[in-house]
Design a protein around this ligand. Structure first.
Ligand code: G3H
Ligand code: 13P
Ligand code: ZN
Length: 330
């Protein structure tokens, strides 16, 4: 049993309380390798932002959970070395079983998500409560989810949204004891969040997706005032990266994300954690594709992963400064 407190990590409790009061959201960035971790920490140290490092079960399989945990521990030391002791959370993204959550808690995670959103309501309540009861013994915080996002939630595929029913949130929070709640208001995972036929075109011919359901968010806030809300699937799919990818041999079609102004708006409310993964994938892929195309003789991984890391850092700094509003909140 390793306590996250000995690794220099914190849980989400104080972070979220401050974020709600301050009208900003904490960035939750997924990582799977060293370059992503370096980019996240460099960006958040330079902007003095608190940060949540997210590990999905896919990441655990890809990189090995022990290695990722030591990397997160290293990240706390790395941040100090870069000159700023920012608050860092190590969070399990989309945990799908009690056993997985327990294993992460036992090895030093400071926060876990138990995603029972695809289960019948009472089963979601029971599973989430079981995880909360275990986690709280060790002061580990827990994120639950109500409502299903369209797209692919890790290994759970949901063709259509089931928006969160505001009538359920109070009961869910009370019965489970969760510390934060992910809700479904129109975001979805991946780079294809909307089909073109769901969008309208603005004067410049750019596709504009349907707005997020702020009415549902407001209703949720009314039922559980001041309770920390989480938005998954919050990448904006920057079109400059899609363009670079497609100009350099890629084949991304109809890639559409959530407009950043809407996320900025959400961050001012009780939404205090915003999950971003796909945008980082696009930034890295665009950089690597361009280098491969322009310098076909290059074969030193540092010569393409290094610039990809730099681009990722730039993207994360932009998110912190212009979208989430968490700059100087560390
Ligand atoms: O919500 C899903 C995250 O983007 C993680 O994706 O399961 O491919 O690591 P992954
Ligand atoms: P995106 O695919 O929009 O980046 O969402 C990531 C996410 O929700 C991770 O849990
Ligand atoms: Zn997610």
């Amino acid at each position: 049993m390793v306590s996250y407190k000995d690794l220099g990590l914190v849980n989400t409790r104080e972070m979220f309380a401050k974020a709600i009061k301050g009208g900003y959201a904490i960035p939750a960035f997924n990582f799977n390798n060293m370059e992503q971790m370096q980019a996240i920490i460099q960006a958040c140290v330079e902007t003095s932002s608190p940060v949540i490092l997210q590990v999905s079960s896919g990441a655990r399989k890809y990189a090995n959970q022990t290695l990722l945990r030591y990397m997160a521990q290293g990240a706390t030391e790395y941040a100090k070395e870069l000159g700023k002791n920012i608050p860092i959370v190590l969070h399990l993204d989309h945990g799908d079983s009690f056993e997985l959550c327990k294993s992460c808690i036992d090895m030093g995670f400071s926060s876990v998500m138990i995603d029972g959103s695809h289960l019948p309501y009472e089963e979601n309540v029971a599973l989430t409560k079981k995880v909360v009861d275990y986690a709280h013994q060790f002061d580990v915080t827990v994120e639950g989810e109500l409502g299903v996002l369209a797209g692919v939630e890790d290994e759970v595929s949901a063709e259509h949204h089931t928006y969160t029913d505001p009538a359920q949130v109070e009961d869910f929070v009370k019965k489970t004891g969760v510390d934060s709640l992910a809700i479904s208001i129109g975001t979805s995972h991946g780079a294809n969040k909307f089909r073109p036929e769901q969008c309208t075109r603005n004067a410049d011919g750019i596709l504009v997706p349907p707005p997020l359901r702020f009415d549902i968010l407001k209703e949720v806030e009314k039922r559980i005032p001041g309770f920390p809300i989480v938005l998954h699937g919050s990448s904006s799919v920057p079109q400059q990266y899609v363009k670079i990818i497609n100009e350099n041999g890629g084949a991304l079609k109809d890639a559409i994300g959530i407009p950043e102004e809407q996320l900025r708006e959400a961050a001012k409310s009780a939404v205090c954690k915003i999950n971003i993964d796909s945008d980082g994938r696009l930034a890295m892929t665009a950089t690597v594709r361009k280098i491969f195309n322009e310098k076909p003789a290059e074969f030193d991984p540092r010569k393409y992963l290094g610039p990809a890391r730099d681009e990722l850092k730039k993207l994360y700094m932009h998110k912190v400064q212009n979208v989430l509003g968490s700059e100087n909140k560390a």
